[in-house]
Design a protein. Sequence first.
Length: 166
Amino acid sequence: MVRVWSALLLMSVVPGAWAQAYVPLEQRLSPQQLQRVGLTLAQLRMLDGMLSSSPVPSAPVAAPSAPAVASTAGPAPAVAQDAPAPAVLGLDEAAVASRVQGDVAGWAPGTVFSLANGQQWKVLKGRLTLRRPLASPEVAVMPGLAGRWFLQLDEDLPRARVYRIR
């Protein structure tokens, strides 16, 4: 804990000292690594601006002196220019629409739903008892934030938080 406070104190006393050594991501990563990350050039530069204390220039800056390495892999792929980024983490997944195999009288934590498409979803949170059981109802399993999934029988009923077991 003392080391953390010492580092914070040093950065506050000498604010530009640690930022001067910052090397933009375009120079740190190979073109193959940049492509795997999947950021657009604008997103990459925005991230560089967040990581450094000063704005990143729009033209690439010469890399620090390093030994030249000959590439035998041919032309390197460029960073994706127009790939759309998901607006909210986790909501880029598609909902699953299917039918439950068997009757549904309700759910509680631990209830397993077997769907007609072969998937099985287990209830993590939520509890509901229906007035009368539904025979093989249609369901939608929808993504939520940060990897959460919700099972919905009807718009008017509460949803169960579920996770996929198969």
